[in-house]
Design a binder for this molecule. Structure first.
Ligand code: CS2
Length: 495
């Protein structure tokens, strides 16, 4: 009989875990973090005797991960899936795990005030910053932010909780921290600094000045495709672990990239030893990845959801869609980049190979969520470039129109789409209170925190979008994909 516990001897990581110190804290202990930042720390511990351990914090713990970690000595498995070739490691760098719900706010705030803590990493998703995606500024009318301004000691937003920890550090005369955003936003460090200092200034001017001078906010680009864990992945991981079930286990692709702005006044793990790039400026990497990878992901997600393709790898079976997504990457996204650190054709080819990975089963619906928070950096920035340069952006327009159809909620099989987005309420209101003759496109363009004021005022943009939207509604996504391919003169070779 196999031992039913993950902490059984033969699965233990190959380093003395008692040497680890919680010098890192992570906020947002979701699947992505467990497959990415924590694995880099694990590689450092196993290959370079690093003592940088993690305190994991979850403000939502909806999947019960923190509870699971506590029950298995903070160990969990990461499987890498490449077709039929799966491998697995047991990560041992977690020293402590806290959930707001189970452990309470004061335990979380205390963890942030640990003297030896130096770096806080964040994966709280775009919406977790409570900012306007169009401007990068804190949304002062956001309900969680209004609450945190009124009750700084009982915060509920991620920036509010971080500030409560920083306030305690300051009161105790402890040094500041480095807060490293690992979410898919351009200049994510700048956004984090902006929301944190704005919120601090609304709570306490002295704290705001302390945060300004004592907290560093480098930016970073992260990359690893991590699909939601399903019952099948969990059972596959169980097999890899010789029969041990791991409710905190994750599975991801065998690819991981991290590019970090090297600004760590309180020290940092020697990440460069495990392949992380530490640079003075990460913007070229961020923009390349956000527009070429994430922009393509969103394009495939909305067209895929409308067409009925459940996974990204299913989209990759559609020769026309593959041609379009390649055109999008190279002709409509790469051309907007000030600098492309990898040759666009090369990067595009790598991405298509990664998207084809049949083991990933990365759901289009997973990528489609929170579109209002993702579109500005994935598509709208490039659209602005094309409008300013008078160049064509047909794929971007089709992708954006597909999002508009998607949030209008009925797919081509007549199924109601389940839309998960923080602006769902606002989207519904805009669509249902349309004035006589107002198109859905014009109604949705009123989302100022997504589109700003410039895009809705641009007639060429609005007309192109309306045209694509109508084509999608009349002929369906599959026909529009074929039509655009033909129209762009893209040759399609059947697989
Ligand atoms: C995806 C990303 O869900 C999404 O929006 O585009 O999670 C993507 O898989 C990662 O950024 C890849 O690094």
């Amino acid at each position: 009989m196999p031992d039913s516990s993950l902490s059984t001897k033969h699965l233990q990581p190959p380093y003395p875990r008692e040497a680890l110190r919680p010098r890192l804290l992570h906020l947002g202990c979701g699947a992505f973090h467990r497959a990415h930042q924590a694995v880099f720390a694990d590689m450092l511990a196993s290959d370079h005797a690093s003592d940088w351990g993690y305190c994991e914090v979850s403000l939502t713990d909806s999947g019960g991960t923190i509870t699971a970690l506590k029950g298995q000595d903070f160990l969990y498995a990461v499987a890498e899936m490449d077709g039929n070739d799966w491998s697995c490691r047991v990560v041992g760098v977690v020293c402590q795990a806290l959930s707001l719900r189970e452990d309470g706010l004061s335990a979380v705030v205390e963890a942030l005030a640990q003297p030896e803590l130096a770096v806080v990493t964040l994966t709280i998703t775009e919406k977790g910053y409570c900012h306007s995606p169009a401007t990068g500024q804190l949304q002062m009318e956001h309900p969680a932010i209004r609450h945190d301004i009124a009750s700084p000691w009982q915060p509920c937003s991620a920036p509010g909780v971080l500030l409560a920890g920083l306030r305690l550090r300051r009161e105790r005369g402890l040094p500041g921290l480095t807060i490293l955003s690992c979410d898919n936003m351009p200049a994510n460090g700048v956004v984090t600094r902006q929301v944190m200092t704005t919120l601090a200034s609304l709570q306490d001017a002295d704290l705001a000045a302390w945060v300004e001078s004592q907290v560093a906010f480098p930016s970073s680009m992260v990359d690893c495709i991590v699909p939601m864990v399903t019952a099948e992945t969990r059972s596959r991981i169980r097999d890899l672990l010789g029969g041990v079930d791991d409710p905190a286990g994750v599975a991801c692709e065998p690819y991981r990239q991290w590019v970090i702005e090297d600004c760590f006044p309180y020290g940092r793990p020697p990440w460069e030893r495990v392949g992380v790039k530490l640079l003075a400026d990460v913007q070229p990497f961020e923009e390349m990845k956000l527009r070429m990878l994430n922009g393509s992901h969103s394009f495939l997600a909305y067209l895929g959801c409308l067409t009925g393709y459940v996974h990204v790898s299913d989209c990759m079976q559609d020769a026309c869609l593959v041609r379009l997504v390649h055109h999008l990457m190279v002709e409509e996204q790469a051309v907007t980049l000030v600098q492309c650190p990898i040759k666009p054709e090369e990067y595009a080819a790598q991405l298509l190979t990664r998207f084809r990975n049949p083991a990933l089963l990365h759901r289009t619906l997973q990528i489609a969520m929170d579109g209002s928070q993702k579109l500005p950096q994935r598509m709208l920035a490039s659209i602005r470039f094309h409008l300013a340069h008078g160049s064509r952006f047909d794929c971007l327009a089709l992708g954006l129109a597909a999002w508009m159809c998607f949030v209008s909620r009925v797919d081509e099989q007549g199924q109601v789409i389940s839309v998960s987005d923080p602006l769902t309420g606002e989207i519904g209101r805009l669509l249902s209170s349309r004035t006589e003759g107002e198109s859905a496109v014009r109604a949705l363009l009123k989302l100022e925190q997504v589109f700003g004021t410039d895009l809705p005022a641009n007639t060429h943009f609005v007309e192109l979008l309306e045209q694509q939207f109508q084509l999608l509604q009349q002929h369906g996504a599959r026909a529009c994909i074929a039509l655009l391919c033909h129209w762009l003169g893209l040759t399609v070779t059947l697989a």
